[in-house]
Design a protein around this ligand. Structure first.
Ligand code: GLC
Ligand code: CA
Length: 640
């Protein structure tokens, strides 16, 4: 029955800004995650986790100084728990001049004072853990701020201990094949430093000098940073800008073997001392290059446990706008298998521009012509908009995109605010367009902060469609038909069926190219299935739900649903296959699917639990409304 999200033990949820205080009721509680202090060993947790990306600065302000902070985030953990989040990814929280959203770090072992203290951070991790959620944070290994004491020492004392911490040169003509990433602001990867009288190398902003990984002391220094946070209990890192650690003449200075060697060293260090942590690579590269970041497949992967699937993301937008499944089908077909211990991270939007680096020129032109109505919406090689405005605030499309995010192979990573369909502000500079304050309530500053309106770090969205007065967590929490409730329910369904997380992906050929249909299933050991983008593991010999694994739903332990939906059972390791059918067209479409492998199975729709006609000898006919989708559990004849 309806339960209210549990208030924080320390009374944090009793904040007057808490959207849930005294409010009613959600229809279903999500399936609890396996994480607990009693049973902490769970090396595969990240494969099943739903991630949520938090901009600490923009989430919640606990002390009314206009800037979100760690205590503010702690006060809203109950919201993330209620939503069904398993792992929070914190954007940079370190000391920083904040010229690049904190990716310009001036001290790796200090928290930005506005965000709080190390003590606050430890409390965040503890409180998140107590709620069954994990916490990972951005770690920027490639560069520092030019304000970092290492750089200050390096520029003023070339022969001193930090002289070789950065990449200095008398000329600016080395590594000409390395592309410029921030094309809007930078003309070169070299900048002259008048203090040292030399040029320094930087792949991003000129105020972010790249560290010199040829120097063993730099390698060690970053490992020390890693250990510092791991010792404080953090569950892992998103490794920022990881392809660029090393540079070599005659190459484009990306994905070099030296970089991979160093990552293996990082991984060895993590495995040696800190079990069950995760390394998530941000490598905006083609699939064949990204898979290298998982490392050696013969040992299940020995570099990063996870990597973002950058090429997939724009192709979801492309496929829906073109009303054709091919962009998605083709990129997944080109995606090599990944090692058994690894998982993709998939996403629709994040704190950066919607990057179009991993598409062809023609595809980029198409994306710009479809999704950029005003030149202000462009940034670098991408589009600086949020999900809802990109999709014209169309509820059907928002649902379709979210359903794809939650069902394609990989762990989904949600961007804060997208679960309520937050808008953006293209009148703000750079990527601040998508970094405005979280909209909690219709009150002052959207419930984000009690400070004077003028003091806030960025004004909350205030327009008639996406403004906080109308669009906020409190309102959507009260409205059980809201996008927020819908998203929560979908997360819950995904978590009820571990096959979404662990199963292979097999696309079905159908009669209609506007329909993307696929089955997520556990590999049948007797019949190897080619699985683009899926993983090769999770066979019957490796049951899910083993001690330390996720609690799978079993027939004896049904997950409560007033509508009586059926859940996967333990009779099949990891549960029954799931059939996902997505209509990428805005018009209703029929599709005939070849389900001959599942002859006799009964498709049971996941939301309502309604059994559809069993699969027979003929192809299976479905009709879908415009931008509609279905998720079906395929129940085998014996259980049907
Ligand atoms: C990554 C971050 C981005 C940042 C850049 C430089 O791409 O996602 O926000 O500006 O690295 O650190
Ligand atoms: Ca604050």
């Amino acid at each position: 029955m309806a339960t209210q999200p549990e208030p924080a033990a320390d009374g944090a949820a009793a904040s007057p800004l808490s959207p849930f205080r005294g409010s009613s009721a959600a229809p279903n509680e999500p399936v609890p995650d396996s994480f607990s202090f009693d049973m902490p060993r769970d090396p595969q947790w990240f494969k099943r986790a739903v991630f949520y990306e938090v901009l600490v600065r923009g989430f919640h302000d606990s002390n009314a100084d206009g800037t979100g902070d760690i205590r503010g985030l702690i006060s809203q953990l109950h919201y993330l728990e209620w939503l069904g989040i398993d792992c929070i990814w914190l954007l940079p929280i370190y000391a920083s001049p904040l010229k690049d959203g904190g990716y310009d770090i001036s001290d790796f072992m200090e928290i930005l004072p506005e965000f709080g203290t190390i003590g606050d951070f430890v409390e965040l991790v503890e409180q998140a853990h107590a709620r069954g959620m994990r916490v990972i944070a951005d770690l920027v290994m490639n560069h520092t701020s030019d304000q970092h004491p290492w750089f200050q020492a390096s520029r003023s004392d070339p022969d001193g201990p930090y002289g070789d911490f950065y990449m200095w040169s008398d000329t600016d003509d080395q590594y000409p094949e390395a592309r410029i990433i921030f094309v809007d602001t930078e003309q070169s990867n070299w900048t002259f430093d008048p203090v040292r009288g030399q040029y320094y190398w930087h792949r991003f902003f000129h105020h972010q000098p790249d560290l010199n990984y040829e120097n063993p002391r730099v390698q060690d220094a970053m490992l020390e940073v890693l250990r510092f946070w791991l010792d404080l209990g953090i569950d892992g890192f998103r490794l920022d800008a990881v392809p660029y650690l090393y540079a070599r003449e005659g190459t484009n200075c990306e994905n070099l073997k030296e970089t991979h060697e160093y990552l293996r060293r990082v991984r060895t260090e993590v495995d040696r001392l800190y079990p069950d942590r995760v390394l998530l690579a941000e490598a905006n590269q083609w699939p064949t290059d990204v898979v290298q970041y998982f490392g050696d497949p013969t040992v299940g992967g020995d570099e990063c446990h996870m990597a973002f699937h950058f090429p997939l993301m724009p192709r979801i937008f492309m496929a829906v706008r073109r009303e054709q499944r091919y962009p998605i089908s083709e990129i997944l077909a080109q995606t090599p298998q990944i090692p058994s211990g690894c998982q993709w991270g998939i996403f629709l939007r994040n704190h950066d521009e919607l990057t179009l680096e991993m598409v062809t020129d023609e595809e980029r032109d198409y994306m710009y012509s479809e999704y950029v109505k005003d030149p202000r919406m462009k940034a670098n090689i991408g589009i600086r908009r949020r999900l809802a405005p990109l999709l014209d605030n169309d509820r059907n499309q928002l649902e379709l995109f979210t359903a794809l995010l939650l069902s394609l192979p990989g762990s989904p990573v949600l961007y804060y605010g997208d679960e309520i369909g937050m808008g953006d502000n293209i009148w703000l500079g750079d990527r601040d367009s998508v970094r405005t304050p979280m909209q909690w309530t219709p009150d002052r500053n959207g419930g984000f902060s009690r400070c004077d309106h003028q003091r806030i770090y960025l004004q909350p969205n205030n327009d008639p469609i996406y403004g906080y007065q109308a669009l906020n967590v409190e309102a959507q929490h009260r409205d059980t038909g809201s996008l927020l409730h819908w998203t929560r329910r979908m997360i819950e369904i995904r978590k009820r069926h571990p096959v979404f997380a662990l199963g292979v992906y097999s696309e079905l050929t159908g009669s209609n190219p506007s329909v993307l249909a696929f089955v997520r299933h556990h590999a049948d050991p007797s019949e190897p299935v080619r699985s683009p983008g899926g993983e090769r593991t999770s066979t019957a010999s490796e049951p899910v739900g083993s001690p330390g694994g996720e609690r799978t739903s079993t027939a004896s332990e049904p997950v409560g649903s007033p509508r009586g939906e059926r859940t996967s059972t333990a009779s099949e390791p990891g549960g029954f296959p799931i059939l996902c059918v997505n209509n990428l067209s805005r018009f209703p479409q029929p599709v005939e699917l070849d389900l001959s492998k599942y002859n006799g199975y009964t498709p049971v729709e996941c939301m309502g639990g309604v059994a559809f006609p069993p699969v027979g000898d003929l192809s299976y006919l479905l009709t879908l409304p415009g931008h509609g989708f279905y998720w079906f559990v395929l129940e085998p004849p014996a259980a049907g």
